[in-house]
Design a protein around this ligand. Structure first.
Ligand code: NDP
Length: 291
């Protein structure tokens, strides 16, 4: 079994971006990071994105509206950032407070600056295989880590667990694309799928993105499969200082020995997501002349 080291692959991407950005004479790429309120996980995610931007040489602008911001006010903020020629990418950290329509906010971000890839136009571009679009960072990260680990999906059965708009659906579309590294035969499963283990056992490549701790057990995996574990779940653990441990959607201890390759949690898909956000920001900068 070979471990796919997401930290190492993400670091390689970050180093490549750093080389590209340091060679830019003039205005460097710039990302606006919008975090509403004080959700603990959001604080740490935005901090990590800010730190990684700094490491690469991307300018980051952190904007912290109060939790009481109204829908109209957040729209006005997005409009202002959309119009700002010095801003290449806009990231609105999820989750937003309950009184805000989050999907409407994602749609408000200009498609040319939508480095999170959640805008309708960019999701459509994934379906149309239009390379000018922005692919959502987690699915893009999964494809990149597969490519850099020598996994070619051509002709292989890819089973995706989960059909969310931010992971399951786009990663399934990417695996299906008619291009080198993709060309997979894709099955998408969800909470209403019957005989799930019978389907997952057919997977040459299994991508688990359901948010259920250690849901995928050894009896659900074909020997020799490649397993990508997207889940990030907090499980109570009194032995930890935090009171919890992080675990994926896959029962790693028992599944890993069966696999040809597998990603750990943490240290698998997570770091790739941030690296792809940075990659999308540099791409937005490259395409900024066309705005
Ligand atoms: P969502 O909750 O939006 O979607 C979960 C999907 O899993 C749904 O399609 C749901 O089905 C399906 N599902 C839930 N329970 C089952 C079940 N018992 N059997 C089969 N399918 C099931 O989650 P996300 O896609 O946003 O995230 C999934 C996981 O990935 C989470 O743990 C999240 O924390 C993690 N994540 C990690 C990221 C990273 O950077 N590593 C980034 C984003 C997410 P249905 O549609 O029928 O409800």
């Amino acid at each position: 079994m070979q471990l796919i080291d997401g930290n190492q692959i993400a670091q390689a991407i970050i180093a490549e971006l750093k080389t590209e950005v340091s060679a830019i004479n003039g205005r460097k790429p710039c990302i606006a990071l919008v975090r509403v309120g004080d959700d603990a996980a959001s604080i740490s995610y935005v901090r990590k994105k800010e730190k990684t931007s700094q490491e690469i040489g991307i300018t980051s602008r952190v904007i912290l509206p109060p939790v009481t911001i109204s829908q109209d006010e957040i729209f006005a903020l997005i409009d202002q950032l959309n119009a700002d020629l010095a801003v290449d990418g806009i990231l609105v950290q999820s989750p937003l407070p309950k009184h805000i329509d989050e999907v409407a906010v994602f749609r408000r971000v200009s498609p040319e600056k939508d480095v999170d890839g959640f805008n309708t136009i960019n999701l459509g571009k994934v379906a149309q295989e239009d390379p000018t679009g922005f692919v959502a960072c987690t699915p893009a990260g999964i494809m990149e880590m597969l490519a850099r680990s020598g996994v070619d999906l051509k002709g292989r059965h890819v089973v995706v667990l989960g059909r969310s708009l931010i992971v399951g659906k786009p990663v399934a579309l990417l695996a299906l694309q008619k291009k080198a590294g993709a060309n997979g035969t894709v099955t998408i499963c969800h909470s209403q799928t019957a005989n799930l283990p019978a389907i997952t056992r057919q997977a040459d490549v299994l991508i688990a993105a359901i948010g259920r701790a250690e849901f995928v057990t050894a009896d659900m995996v074909k020997p020799g499969a490649v397993v990508i574990d997207v889940g990030i779940n907090r499980v109570p653990d009194a032995t930890k200082k935090t009171g919890y441990r992080l675990t994926g959607d896959v029962a790693f201890q028992t599944v890993a020995p069966l696999c040809s390759q597998i990603t750990p949690v943490p240290g698998g898909v997570g770091p790739m997501t941030v690296a792809m956000l940075m990659s999308n920001t540099v791409k937005a900068w490259r395409q900024s002349g066309k705005r």
